[in-house]
Design a protein around this ligand. Structure first.
Ligand SMILES: [Zn+2]
Length: 580
């Protein structure tokens, strides 16, 4: 997920203002969007609306007023033995058995429902016997939109109907119970599933698609259908993980699976989805698309009769931009689609070189109304209208056209590596996907600049350097005081949504930049490449990233050690894997 673009200048103001909190949601942000148009002018005084209340008189001292503490360690330490795959390496699908979802779905555009029959084959990948299964059913939360963070109350949701739940081992019917968090469903197994044992779970479901212009909902003629079917939760060393829904970020956590999906939609409805289309069959007023999506951790789609599709390829990957003519009176949507595609191809090139090449056939970019700037799903990203309706459309001070749009596209595509290829617990360790995806914005910009483009930020040449310096302990203390550090809290552990956003997205990205500065860009890219290589198509624990930093930089690098000590709370981590 990418929050709407804001200036780093704004962050400095917010350091003193992270006290108020509230929920952003839907059209309640109209005022914020207007404000962003002002913020796009670098000389304008930032004005904040929405969920934060600035107190300019409490603005902390700027870093230049604080004497820097020189670091005692040079910035080029790499131990010779650190090995990582070459730049632009391939990321190969695993040969091991993975879970499999076989789904036969129908989108009913009269009832606004999605549903069908699911045959889900999986195995117990833990060392514990499972006497129950945990499924997540997020759509049922939309019966009470305020409970999940929306301000409005007319989203028209409904509890998902789940029927005919069967354990394929003996065809026994399974009984289902819901927690008070209605997204958490428990299925009691009559016979425990032993470690390594396989089973097939079958069920029918019907999910109401709420009336919402957001990542899950129908609005403006677009169906965004995500997190919509009952999906197996992730089993961890602490049992089944079911972090409560979080509107301003993610709680999603699932295993890699192969998906074979038949999706029937009314004739004329155009679909962008996870995976790639393998067949198309005309019915009586319907079209049934067949998709195959290998090695992904979710299946989503967007559908609209109004979609136009712009397709190009990048090194064999089909990059589709799907968009409607909404806002055609305000912006040239063909141009927006073109810049989205340019950014997508540059992002695939940049991240392919830095982290390993995108391993899938296709990538869909959906331009859609959204409460956030963008939202990531496997093989599909949603880009919110705020990314192209406001911001540096004209190229402020010579910067790139549609700078905000391109950065949001890059961020969401960065998630294809950090969320998609390498999974993690997005609710408990959001830095593993969001801080890394925010850092990929810099990887993208550096790549574009290196090939003769100009992705300098119109918001300042090096805002991170102005914001803080990890060598400066006083600044670190101050950021701790304002709750922005450490960056490895869970989504519900931050004192407010704003603290979460500025910790994970801004501070988190700056921590990554500081690490890049400390060990050098090539070394840092190599660390991330090795992280992807070791954890591809699994869920990575947080220690795995930090231990690679130490493997590359050694344990005696004072700068690296200071950065990690300042920005992570290691008390809940397995210290035996962290060599200091
Ligand atoms: Zn994100």
């Amino acid at each position: 997920m990418k929050r709407k673009m804001m200036t780093f200048l704004l962050v400095i103001v917010l350091l003193a203002a992270l006290t108020a909190c509230g929920k952003n949601g839907g059209k309640g942000q109209a005022e914020e969007r207007v404000t962003q148009a002002v913020k796009a002018t670098p000389t304008a005084t930032p004005t904040v609306t929405g969920d934060v209340t600035p107190t300019p008189s409490e603005t902390p001292a700027t870093p230049t007023e604080i004497p820097a503490t020189p670091s005692g360690t040079p910035a080029t330490p790499t131990p010779a033995e650190f090995k990582a795959p070459e730049r632009n390496c391939s990321i190969d699908f695993p040969t091991r058995e993975v879970y499999h979802y076989d789904m036969d779905l129908t989108l009913d555009t009269k009832a606004d429902t999605i549903g069908g029959h699911v045959v889900f084959s999986f195995y117990n990948d833990s060392n514990d016997a499972w006497d129950k299964l945990c499924l997540r059913d997020y759509p049922s939360l939309f019966t009470d939109p305020q409970a999940i963070g929306y301000l409005m109350s007319n989203v028209n949701g409904a509890t998902t109907v789940i029927e005919n739940v069967k354990d394929g081992r003996d065809n026994s019917a399974l009984t289902m119970t819901r927690d008070s968090d209605v997204s958490v469903i428990w299925l009691a197994l009559s016979k425990p599933l032993a470690p390594g044992e396989s089973m097939t779970l079958e069920y029918d479901f019907t999910t109401k698609i709420p009336t919402l212009d957001d990542r899950f909902g129908k609005a403006s003629g677009i169906y965004n259908v995500a997190n919509f079917y009952p999906i197996l939760a992730e089993y961890t060393k602490d049992g089944w993980s079911h972090v409560a829904y979080f509107l301003n970020g993610e709680c999603f956590y699932s295993e890699i699976a192969n998906y074979d999906v038949k999706l029937t939609v009314p004739t004329g409805v155009i679909v962008g989805s996870t995976g790639a289309e393998k067949n198309r069959a005309e019915g009586d007023g319907t079209v049934t698309y067949t998709y195959n999506a290998p090695f992904v951790r979710d299946f989503v789609f967007s559908a609209s009769a109004d979609f136009q599709v712009r397709t190009e390829t990048h090194e064999g990957v089909r990059v589709n931009v799907l968009y409607t003519d909404q806002y055609a009176d305000a912006v040239d949507l063909d141009e927006v689609a073109m810049y989205s595609q340019i950014a997508a191809k540059n992002a695939l090139a940049a991240f392919g070189q830095a982290f390993g090449r995108y391993p899938y056939e296709e990538l869909d970019i959906i331009l859609t109304p959204l409460s956030a700037g963008g939202m990531e799903y496997p093989n599909l990203v949603q880009i919110g209208d705020s990314a192209y309706l406001y911001g540096a459309v004209d190229g402020v001070d010579g910067s790139a056209m549609y700078y905000d749009l391109q950065i949001v596209v890059a961020h969401e595509i960065g998630h294809q590596w950090f969320m998609g290829i390498v999974g993690s617990n997005s609710g408990r360790e959001p830095w593993q996907d969001e801080s890394l995806a925010s850092y990929t914005e810099k990887v993208f910009a550096d790549y574009c600049n290196s090939i003769g483009g100009d992705m300098r930020s119109p918001y300042g040449t090096d805002p991170g350097a102005d914001l803080f310096d990890f060598k400066n302990k006083i600044m670190v203390d101050m950021q701790r005081e304002y709750g922005l550090l450490p960056i490895n809290h869970g989504v519900h552990d931050y004192r407010s949504d704003s603290t979460y956003v500025y910790s994970i997205y801004y501070m988190g990205a700056l921590v990554m930049e500081a690490l890049e500065d400390a060990i050098g860009q090539e070394n840092f890219y190599a660390v991330i490449r090795e992280y992807v290589h070791r954890n591809a198509f699994t869920n990575a624990d947080p220690e795995s990233f930090l231990e690679l930093i130490y493997e590359c930089a050694g344990t005696e690098n004072a700068t690296v050690n200071a950065i990690i000590d300042a920005s992570f709370d290691l008390s809940n981590y397995d210290r035996s894997r962290l060599p200091r």
